[in-house]
Design a protein around this ligand. Structure first.
Ligand code: UT7
Length: 329
């Protein structure tokens, strides 16, 4: 029997309608369009004014099931990558299954910050490759504005809200996830974290008064690790699979900073035309960036395209996934 591969067979994104431009942010904190554009590449980001992460996820999954002609009752497993779950518990996957009527599925949330989507699709692939499941939904979603401090110019300009979802199914033609390299180094937690709300610092008047429920980032330190590790792991997965830069059709990089994306593409020897970029319109949506890129570029993807997804984020967590794209849109 031929090997079963886990293939993405559909992708759908959702971003809220409300746009927050750099100019508008400059009225809230001491910043400028010029600083944000040159340091990050971001021009605007989306803001969800009403609703939770599960609402964005539900919009993406509804669209995904519709476009792939899939009955919600046929979904067996749902993995939601997020650092902004609806609640500490129950899981956002649990809530999402209820909202969409995926009542035969079980699911869970996966926390790996900006690497959440690559961790989640690699995990989902195992359930498909073993033959256990036929239809798995993976969502990358974050409502970053729910944990942003609009008095901290170093973080509030970077992030935005958004969701993307993919359907993963068995493929017998060799298309789908070929390989992944996933890494983690928890000693990086001091540089990028949400300090309170967990068991280290449960919510208290002290944690609220000290603004500890917001994202804290030492940008320069994170930049140093991100630029090296994302580039290295992307080159490593190419070498491991004997891929030259000509063999790679697309790099799908986490959208944290245009300079990190450029460094990764350079290390892989890829020209700009092969790099998916939408940071200018959505900013950093954490677990949402990679599926939102796939959604934006879906029409340009062809069956058999070699695609490298690559990410770096809080934890630290990082990695790369090599996919042979399974369909023409
Ligand atoms: O997605 C998860 C992983 N995260 C990342 O990969 C993010 C990695 N880090 C970065 O992308 C960059 O470090 C940032 C975009 C966050 C910051 O860019 P930078 O070039 O590293 O700036 P910096 O932190 O070194 O700050 C340079 C200056 C500082 O002023 P002084 O000390 O030189 O006077 C900051 O106070 O820029 C100042 N600054 C700002 N100025 C205007 C910081 N934020 C802002 C701002 N507007 N929003």
């Amino acid at each position: 029997m031929s090997k079963v591969y886990a293939a993405i067979t559909g992708v759908q994104g959702y971003v809220p309608e409300d746009i927050l431009s750099n100019e508008e942010l400059a009225k809230i904190v001491d910043t400028s369009d010029e600083w944000i554009t040159t340091r990050t590449g971001i021009k605007e980001r989306r803001v969800m004014k009403n609703g939770a992460s599960s609402d964005m996820a539900a919009k993406a999954v509804e669209g995904l099931l519709h476009k792939t002609n899939t009955d919600p009752l046929d979904i067996e497993l749902v993995i939601v990558a997020t650092v902004t779950p609806d609640y500490p518990f129950p899981s956002t996957a649990n809530v999402l299954c209820d909202k969409i009527g995926m009542t035969n599925a079980w699911g869970y949330d996966l926390i790996a910050a900006c690497s959440g989507f690559i961790y989640a699709i690699s995990t989902a692939a195992q359930f498909i490759e073993t033959g256990r499941y036929k239809k798995v939904v993976v969502v990358g979603v974050d409502k970053m504005t729910s944990i942003l401090d609009y008095e901290d110019r170093t973080t509030c300009v970077i992030f935005g809200d958004g969701a993307g979802a993919v359907l993963i199914e068995p493929n017998h033609e060799g298309m789908g996830i070929q390989d992944f390299i996933l890494r983690s180094d928890g000693s990086g937690r001091e540089y990028l974290l949400q300090p309170a709300g967990g068991s280290v610092n449960p919510a208290s008047i002290y944690t609220v008064e000290n603004r500890m429920h917001y994202v804290k980032q030492e940008g320069k330190q994170v930049f140093k690790f991100a630029v090296t590790n994302m580039a290295e792991v992307s080159a490593e997965i190419m070498e491991k699979n004997n891929l030259s830069s000509d063999d790679v059709a697309w790099l799908v990089p986490h959208q944290a900073n245009l300079r990190i994306i450029d460094a990764t593409a350079n290390r892989m020897g890829l020209p700009k035309e092969k790099v998916m970029i939408n940071i200018q319109k959505y900013g950093n949506t954490t677990a949402g960036t990679l599926p939102l890129c796939l959604w934006d570029y879906e029409k340009q993807l062809k069956k058999g395209d070699n695609i490298i997804l690559s990410a770096f984020g809080g934890g630290f967590t990082w990695g790369a996934v090599y996919i042979k794209w399974a369909y023409n849109s």
